[in-house]
Design a protein around this ligand. Sequence first.
Ligand SMILES: *[C@@H]1O[C@H](CO)[C@@H](O)[C@H](O)[C@H]1NC(C)=O
Ligand SMILES: *[C@@H]1O[C@H](CO)[C@@H](O)[C@H](O)[C@H]1NC(C)=O
Ligand SMILES: *[C@@H]1O[C@H](CO)[C@@H](O)[C@H](O)[C@H]1NC(C)=O
Ligand SMILES: *[C@@H]1O[C@H](CO)[C@@H](O)[C@H](O)[C@H]1NC(C)=O
Length: 189
Amino acid sequence: MYQPVRKEPSSNKCFVYVFAAFVFCCAILLISASILRIKKPELKLTSTTLNGIGYNDVSPSPFFNATIITYFSIWNPNYGGIFSYEYSNIKVLYSGVKVGVTKIPNDKVSQRKTKHINVTVDVNFLKLIVNGNEKFSSDIGSGMLNLTSYVKFSGIVQLMKIFHKRKTLEMACIMNLNFTSHAIQGIHC
Ligand SMILES: *[C@@H]1O[C@H](CO)[C@@H](O)[C@H](O)[C@H]1NC(C)=O
Ligand SMILES: *[C@@H]1O[C@H](CO)[C@@H](O)[C@H](O)[C@H]1NC(C)=O
Ligand SMILES: *[C@@H]1O[C@H](CO)[C@@H](O)[C@H](O)[C@H]1NC(C)=O
Ligand SMILES: *[C@@H]1O[C@H](CO)[C@@H](O)[C@H](O)[C@H]1NC(C)=O
């Protein structure tokens, strides 16, 4: 009698397992690659303008105030990825002391797009900083005041509605306010 040798089922099974493992590995690689490919959006300072300045360095009531408008841009380089940033703020410091803060509402930057943001900060020096402060007096005397602005955007890049990656953009800029020209000079970020 003819006895067929049926060895195929087991070799078939083996092939199925190997193939499944291969597909699984490919899927893992693809997911990792997609997540790794998520790029950090770029934050840039476009310009800063001074919109009014008031000061008096003479006792009994020295003060300093100014309105600064800062223009930023956020470039989202991700294809198919939306960058959603959370509610944030911009701080302005003088000698390490906070002299102004403005809230920045949350928003989104679409894929391969640049979002322009402008923020107005009212800077008001506290009595604490100006009263009997040698640095303030000498800075006012020199006609230049050195301020630092600090901004941070924290958010999530969402790719193809599946993958998420947190990205934080930070920037600190030093700017010199010129009282004579009422301009902001020498901005370094
Ligand atoms: C600065 O303060 C003075 C007196 O408080 C006020 O009259 C002036 O409008 C203020 N200027 C700015 C730019 O905030
Ligand atoms: C700032 O941006 C808003 C929209 O976000 C716009 O309406 C306004 O004109 C801008 N201001 C300046 C000074 O560019
Ligand atoms: C401004 O202040 C920063 C630090 O607060 C300092 O590094 C820088 O040299 C100062 N620039 C000027 C022109 O005073
Ligand atoms: C401030 O601006 C005036 C007018 O543009 C200029 O003559 C002066 O040199 C500037 N001051 C400083 C410290 O750069």
